[in-house]
Design a protein around this ligand. Structure first.
Ligand SMILES: [Zn+2]
Ligand SMILES: [Zn+2]
Length: 290
């Protein structure tokens, strides 16, 4: 697999490449705008040129994936928030495309005060419109629904919900899945042993299709299986454990797939010094490759 981590885009998205290199990433995940604000400064020709240059200078770091803003909720029953979310998601897809980035990952959405069926309908309606309206502006950017932990009214935590969304919105080659290990585990799917992993992946294949998986988020979980809690732990420090990650890393089906850490960046050592944790987590992952 091509393992890496979420990297800061402070000062420009192009800076994420050097940060990724310093952290020993083979692939990186970035925000292309502030993840907690709706507004984004439009990209300039210089932003794109800086990115292309950094990408060429770090030819060993690929592919790049974008994570969309956390504010977006196209599962919302409120028309105003839905439209704002839709437009926000469209901007994210088009910004990714402008950089030539192949994957845009987003959280499918929450149904809030409506219900599951209405939430799924709202998300599918957004995706259908998105596929149509970005067919020319972002033909090569795959929109990936992230598997969710099932907190609150979040949709996309069950394989059935993901399959329903892909079917209602598509079918389209421009739709895919980002498989987050912590979220899937929190949603009740075991991946800790080779047997559990095989069973979960064959269930995913039966319901969604393994070919839909385009990228992974590698996070251990601070909570036990099926707790629906989205709390990321360092690799091997949570309830998934190292063997869970070894199952993915040694599965030839994922040989060329990117997997990104979304775990805390720094921890304080006993002597008070700071430890860069991405490097530590990536080293743990590399040890697990047979
Ligand atoms: Zn996410
Ligand atoms: Zn994630």
């Amino acid at each position: 697999m091509r393992i890496g981590a979420h990297m800061s885009a402070a000062g420009g998205v192009h800076n994420a490449f050097q940060r990724g290199k310093d952290a020993t990433c083979q692939s990186i995940l970035v925000f292309t705008k502030s993840n907690r604000q709706w507004k984004a400064k439009p990209l300039t020709a210089e932003d794109i040129a800086d990115f292309k240059q950094a990408e060429a200078e770090h030819a060993d770091i690929f592919p790049v994936a974008v994570h969309a803003s956390y504010l977006i909720n196209i599962g919302s029953p409120k028309p105003e928030l839905w439209e704002k979310s839709y437009q926000g998601l469209k901007v994210e897809v088009e910004r990714a495309a402008a950089f030539g980035i192949p994957y845009l990952v987003f959280h499918p959405g929450s149904y809030v005060k409506s219900d599951e069926a209405m939430g799924l309908e709202s998300i599918a309606r957004g995706l259908r419109r998105l596929l149509e309206e970005t067919a020319e502006s972002a033909p090569n950017t795959i929109i990936c629904l992230e598997t969710m932990a099932g907190q609150g009214t979040n949709l996309g935590s069950s394989f059935e919900q993901l399959a329903a969304l892909l079917e209602k919105a598509g079918p389209s080659d421009r739709l895919g899945i980002c498989f987050d290990t912590c979220h899937v585990f929190a949603a009740g799917y075991d991946i800790r042993t080779p047997e559990a992993y095989r069973e979960t992946m064959s269930e995913f294949d039966r319901i969604v299709g393994l070919d839909k998986i385009k990228c992974f988020h590698f996070n251990d979980s601070k909570f036990e299986l099926g707790q629906n809690k989205d709390r990321h732990a360092h690799i091997g420090d949570g309830y998934i454990g190292r063997e869970g990650f070894a199952n993915f890393l040694n599965d030839p089906r994922w040989e060329n797939h990117p997997a990104h850490l979304e775990t805390p960046k720094v921890e304080t050592a006993e002597d008070g010094s700071e430890i860069e944790m991405d490097q530590v987590n990536l080293a743990v992952l590399r040890e697990l490759i047979k």
